[in-house]
Design a protein around this ligand. Structure first.
Ligand code: ZN
Length: 67
């Protein structure tokens, strides 16, 4: 199995595939904030252990609060 330096996740808003450094998400189950590089939507990323040592990223849109 390759040890990836980056993990990919899909923006739930526009579908763009973003990459995040693996070391950034190593803090398992802790929320990470990032923004989609395409639509600038603020995203909340939670990493979870998947099968076979894979890391699943759960991505959801973050409320801006400035509406
Ligand atoms: Zn996006």
């Amino acid at each position: 199995m390759l040890s990836q330096a980056y993990l990919e996740y899909r923006c739930p808003r526009c579908g763009y595939i973003n990459a995040i450094a693996r070391e950034t998400v190593l803090d398992m189950y802790k929320e990470q904030s990032d923004a989609c590089q395409h639509c600038q939507q603020k995203l909340e990323i939670i990493a979870a252990n998947g099968i076979n040592d894979q890391i699943n990223l759960i991505v959801s849109e973050q409320e801006d609060g400035a509406k």
